[in-house]
Design a protein around this ligand. Structure first.
Ligand code: PHE
Ligand code: CA
Ligand code: ZN
Ligand code: ZN
Ligand code: ZN
Length: 289
């Protein structure tokens, strides 16, 4: 598995923070800070050699955009996707939510391109707009795909908040019946001696649209407004009785609102999953495990 550079992830987060600071303190849908975030991510993906598309869609706060980056695989009829939302709430810069997932996905995409591999499956990254308005961008993307394209998607991995300052290590409990990827994630934590818990986030992030079409989904999460219990503080460290992210949806969700260990582990897990699944032979099973 690759070692995704947490320093590089932090440098993308510094850029997203600067973008917010220069644009009224946020990266909210319909505002200049979101457009600048789109330009930043697209610029890095283009420079890494991805084929990128900006998909526009309408929201209650004006037009918004998804950034989609693709590297075609040797089997273009099989697609592996990973994504997260690029927008913030209106009151702050959204660095943990969800600069963290966006920056780790971006750095993984760059590292994959730098590895020089040709994926077996087509590899596609999605940076979603308007998640904070009700998962609008990811729903618009999934709805825009013809059935024949949806059928090619073997897996959608979602990353929304992976660097919480008082972190937990939560694994989406999606698709409990024989979800090989969920088991792969927990095995990755087990191998590193990191305790983990399942969490039910079925309706709360951008994997929901993919799930609704029967596409296998998985993801991780380091916690938001939930309170860390004393049992959780014993196994994970941090502060019991305090939120996993006390700055969730607040103006203090800045580059100071991150735990570097959580961010590094999350980025390395994304790297492991993306590199492995890009190369995986899914065979002809439908739906794939
Ligand atoms: N989607 C939520 C938000 O952006 C945060 C969240 C992520 C909640 C993952 C649960 C699981 O505010
Ligand atoms: Ca790392
Ligand atoms: Zn949010
Ligand atoms: Zn979020
Ligand atoms: Zn559940």
């Amino acid at each position: 598995d690759p070692d995704i550079s947490v320093a590089n992830v932090q440098s993308h987060l510094t850029q997203l923070q600067s973008i917010a600071t220069a644009n009224g303190g946020n990266r909210y849908t319909g505002r200049s800070g979101y457009q600048a975030s789109v330009d930043y991510v697209k610029g890095k993906l283009d420079a890494a050699g991805y084929s990128t598309q900006v998909q526009s869609f309408s929201t209650s706060s004006g037009t918004s955009y998804n950034v989609i980056a693709t590297k075609v695989g040797s089997d273009p009829n099989s697609v592996v996707m990973a994504g997260g939302h690029l927008d913030s709430v209106s009151v702050g810069p959204g660095i943990n939510d969800n600069g963290s997932g966006s920056a780790a996905l971006l750095e993984t995409a760059i590292a994959y391109a730098a590895s020089g591999q040709t994926p077996k499956n087509t590899l596609r990254f999605g940076f979603w707009g308007a998640e904070e308005l009700g998962l609008v961008g990811s729903k618009a993307y999934a709805a825009s795909l013809p059935a024949s394209e949806k059928d090619k998607i073997r897996l959608y991995l979602n990353f929304d908040m992976i660097g919480s300052p008082n972190p937990g290590y939560f694994v989406y409990d999606d698709n409990p019946a024989g979800n090989a990827v969920r088991d792969e994630i927990t095995a990755w934590y087990d191998a590193k001696g990191i305790p983990w818990e399942y969490i039910d986030v079925q309706g709360r992030s951008d994997h929901a649209a993919f799930r609704s079409y029967g596409i296998p989904t998985a993801g991780i999460f380091s916690g938001a407004e939930g309170i860390k219990s004393s049992a959780q503080a014993s196994k994970w460290g941090g502060t019991a009785g305090q939120a996993f992210d006390p700055c969730y949806h607040r103006s203090c969700d800045t580059t100071a609102n991150l735990n570097a260990t959580s961010l590094d582990r999350g980025a390395d897990l994304i790297g492991a999953l993306v590199f492995r699944h890009a190369a995986k032979d899914y065979g002809t099973s439908t739906p794939p495990p």
